[in-house]
Design a binder for this molecule. Structure first.
Ligand SMILES: [Zn+2]
Length: 163
């Protein structure tokens, strides 16, 4: 990825999430994705921190479900988190890069109104992927590269009149 060359980012992009280690959401019964404890600590509102404990969590990836993180008896709804989870249907704003607080709209704007022709341009204009602390800033604990790229592809489609 041309604009994602920081060594810290490479490491978080490559960190593996074991598929075998999965568990279903207690509310919607869909399978979530594992998220590290320190990511959860960084995302939940301060008042709920004492309830987080020391174990790793799962993130409910169902867009319709209000659950954010869960693990055993512990459950944090999306309202108990500092930032909207981008994969929930009503996420507002919908961040694609949490480190720099860049939204999908910002990327689309960079392409349609500010002349960005490549993903690298879009990152430069918006500041996306410059800080790279995805492991603690992104609710999924994963690098934002894919999300930023997705937003850029969407923007290009809009520009070409395909959307
Ligand atoms: Zn759920």
């Amino acid at each position: 990825m041309e604009c994602c060359t920081n060594s810290c980012c490479t490491s978080c992009c490559e960190s593996s999430f074991a598929k075998a280690f999965s568990q279903v959401c207690p509310v919607c019964k869909q399978e979530g994705i594992p998220v590290k404890n320190f990511t959860v600590r960084h995302i939940v509102l301060e008042e709920y921190l004492p309830q987080v404990g020391t174990k790793d969590y799962f993130l409910c990836t169902n867009p319709e479900c209000d659950v954010g993180y869960y693990q055993g008896e512990n459950l944090f709804y999306k309202q108990q988190l500092r930032v909207p989870i981008w994969l929930k249907k009503d996420a507002n704003p919908k961040y694609v890069c949490y480190c720099s607080r860049v939204t999908e709209e910002d990327i689309i704007d960079a392409v349609l109104k500010k002349g960005a022709k490549t993903l690298g341009d879009a990152c430069k204009i918006t500041g996306a992927m410059t800080e790279c602390k995805c492991e603690i800033n992104n609710p999924t604990g994963k690098c934002c590269t894919d999300l930023v790229k997705e937003a850029f592809d969407k923007a290009m489609k809009i520009k070409e009149g395909k959307m």
